[in-house]
Structure formats: C-alpha cells, structure tokens
Write a protein that binds this ligand. Structure first.
Ligand SMILES: [Zn+2]
Length: 358
C-alpha cells in the first residue's frame, strides 16, 4: 500500500535554524504514531502520485458545490513551489486551504502563498511537536528550547496577517527523535505547546491541534484554559442560554482538534467545558481517520461530534491531492452521518466560516 501522503519533498532551509530534525513534516513518523488501526478503506493511497490531470478526471463528476469544500488542515507548502501558483489556481477546485506550518522553516512559504491568493490560502503559523529542536541544556526551561527570536517572529507573522491562525501545534507522546529513536521530551512538548496556545488566546486566533497518546493532558490543559476564561456556569439552564447566545462567533479562539483520534468520552469532557467547549471543533481526514480507523470506531468518533462542530480536512502535502482527499473524507463523513455529500460539505463549510469569523 502506498502511504497516502508520502511524497518527494524538496528541502527548505530554515531561516531561523530552528529545526534540528529533518525539515519536512515527517509522514513516516505518522506511520509510527498514528492509531495504527486496521486500514478499512484506504482509497487515497494511489492518489499520492497522481498528476493534476488525473485528479481533475477523478473529481469532475462529483456532485458538490466546490465553494463549500474547505480544507481546514493541509501541508501543501511542504511541496508547493511558487512557480506552481498559477497552475494551482487553475486546477484546484477546493475553495479554501488552511495551510499548516510544521516549523519555522515553513513560515516564509506560507506567507508567499497567502499573499498570492489571500482568499484561498489561509496560513497557520506554528511549531509542530515533531519538529522541536533538541534540548541542548537540560537545566534550561523547556519552552526556552525555542529561541526568543523565533517566538517574536511567530507573533509578528500572526499579527501581520489578520486571517492567520496558529498551527500545527500540540503534543505527541509517541513521537520519537529520528536521529536517536528516543521518545521526544514530554515537558518540552507541553511547554512549547502551552506557549503557542497562550499566544492564540492573547491574539484571538484559531488553533489547529495535533494530539497523539495525550488525551489526559489535552483535557487538563483545556480545563485549565476554561477556568481562566471565566467562572463555571452552575446550572444547566445557564449553559443552555450560553449555547443559544453562542450560535454566532464565540469569544476566544476556536480550537480545532485535527484528525481527531481520541475517544468519544474524551471529546464529551472537552465539549462540556463551559467556556472552551462551545469553541471546540473537530476535523476528520481521509489520510488519518478514513484510511486508518476501523469503520465501527470511526462511526462512533464521528457520531460524538455535534453537527455544528464538524470540519473536513485533507492533511495532504501536495495541492493536487487535495480535491480527491476532500471528496474521500466528505463521502466518508456523509455516509457515517447519513447525509448526502452536498449537505455534508455545506454544513462543514458553515462551521469553517464560523471558525474564521470568530
Ligand atoms: Zn498536519
């Protein structure tokens, strides 16, 4: 089976020299750290090597309004060359791409794409837990493993671009250092994640979050954030009233649990948080969820997400794979929810627009 998202990647030098690891978003790592569920319906595998023409043929018969197809998590700057901007604009049908950074070496490419097509390319700047630098000084505070110059650069870029979010950030307790094979330092991951989360709160920007084998920490961190956001709501009636008031944009940054692989119980605990819960969204991708999770498990996972919190994502690193990946996860979620494909994309697009409007 071809890995759905493994591609030839060009090396991109890091202007900040941040990453000590191989610079690309390491999908081999994903093989090791994903849920490793049985592959139930991997139809994205052959897609990885296809050309734009092949993709165009594959998607041309789809009965969807492409204006409603919003990819809320992709890594196309892994492979996108500025010389391809025009080709992408001509061939790509997906309405909007939320482009994730993996590390500081991606940030210039995100900015270039966003400047070229501001309505289509939404940049998310951040540092992924797989791409933290090695902690040189064990006595130093873990968040200090990222230099202050990098932190300043991150904040500056997010401030400069009004539509920008923060991502991909998070924790991955199965991630290993490719050089040594050792598990990555948990304390450092949590510290760098927390500082990025704080930045998102301070600037009110959406966050795209990666979480593997760390559900307990995720719940703890979001519970702490909830406590800071305001006093608990004592009654169900107040909760209901708050939810009714929050049909529109909710104060505070939306938090997207990307390619969600946690349990329905974990999600329930998060969604019940008084202040943070109403702004939590859940993304599903074919690459991780559709292709790697047994159907029954995936059905339960998707069923645990309220209609108004569902998002769709490709999580692929090539622009020409996006349309097919979006159709695949759209069909998957539609089937599990009992929706037609057009309704599925429409509902998820409404949710995505709400995230960006928050
Ligand atoms: Zn990602």
């Amino acid at each position: 089976m071809t890995d759905p998202v493994r591609t030839k990647r060009k090396a991109v030098p890091s202007p900040t020299g941040l990453e000590a690891d191989p610079p690309r978003h390491d999908r081999d790592q994903a093989d090791r750290t994903s849920n490793a569920d049985a592959n139930a319906n991997d139809d994205a595998g052959a897609d990885a090597d296809a050309t734009a023409d092949v993709y165009a043929k594959k998607v041309e018969d789809a009965d969807v309004d492409w204006n409603d197809v919003i990819d809320t998590h992709c890594h196309i700057t892994d492979t996108l060359d500025p010389s391809e901007f025009e080709t992408m604009a001509e061939h790509l049908r997906t309405r909007q791409l939320w482009m994730m950074a993996s590390h500081a070496g991606d940030w210039d490419a995100l900015t270039r794409a966003a400047q070229h097509a501001p309505a289509k390319c939404i940049p998310f700047y951040g540092i992924h837990p797989w791409h933290l630098p090695a902690l040189q000084d064990p006595a130093a505070p873990a968040a200090g493993a990222v230099s202050e110059a990098v932190w300043c650069d991150l904040e500056d870029r997010v401030r400069r671009y009004a539509a920008a979010g923060i991502g991909e950030i998070g924790v991955d307790f199965k991630a290993t250092d490719p050089a040594t094979g050792a598990l990555r330092d948990r304390g450092m991951q949590e510290a760098v994640w927390a500082r990025q989360l704080r930045l998102a709160v301070r600037l009110g920007r959406p966050v795209s979050m990666h979480c593997v084998a760390a559900s307990g920490v995720l719940v703890d961190v979001l519970t702490a954030l909830d406590a800071e956001a305001g006093p608990p709501l004592p009654s169900r009636r107040q909760r209901r009233r708050q939810q009714q008031q929050q049909r529109g944009p909710v104060p505070g940054p939306p938090i997207i649990l990307h390619s969600f692989g946690g349990s329905p119980e974990t999600l329930k605990r998060i969604l019940q948080l008084d202040h943070v819960g109403p702004r939590v969204y859940v993304g599903f991708s074919q690459a991780i969820n559709g292709a790697r999770t047994p159907a029954a498990t995936l059905r339960q996972r998707i069923a645990a997400v309220p209609d108004d919190r569902l998002l769709l994502e490709s999580d692929v690193p090539q622009w020409h794979a996006v349309d097919a990946a979006m159709l695949a996860i759209g069909r998957c979620v539609a089937a599990h929810r009992g929706w037609d494909l057009a309704s599925c994309f429409r509902i998820c697009a409404q949710n995505a627009r709400r995230v960006l409007a928050s």
